[in-house]
Design a protein around this ligand. Sequence first.
Ligand code: ZN
Length: 160
Amino acid sequence: MIRVGQGFDLHRLESGDGITLGGLWIPCEYRLVAHSDGDVVLHALMDAMLGALALGDIGQLFPDTDPTYRGADSAELMRVVRARCLDKGFTPYNLDLTILAERPKIAPVRDAMRQCVADLMSMPLDRVSVKATTTERLGFIGRGEAIAVMANCLMHSHEG
Ligand SMILES: [Zn+2]
């Protein structure tokens, strides 16, 4: 049995000392504004996994009105989501992530991020894709005001 899901997330950028993307800390002059650590990559990915199994979204699972999740480590939240999926008998088979960002530049950290996501998901590297694009300096992403991520995830069941 296979199930496919998609996820989307976006967070605002402001000046800071670094951002976490796909569990990877990237020192830079920005930070992502969020209730949690703002890991927009893992947020989109969690929504794709939950979507594949029709389990709602991360907003339902981890409400931003709940102080428990203030500054939450998204890698920890991912562990919860993976456990939920495992309960349903499914694990991710492959992931495809597209990062929309003007800044920071993704290319220099892309491979490290890919490895980081693969480790976090206990998946082979060749089933984890990280792509990046700018928006040709157009709109709020193009002006470097936000980072958005689109995620697709194929889940497969252990039985059969
Ligand atoms: Zn988010």
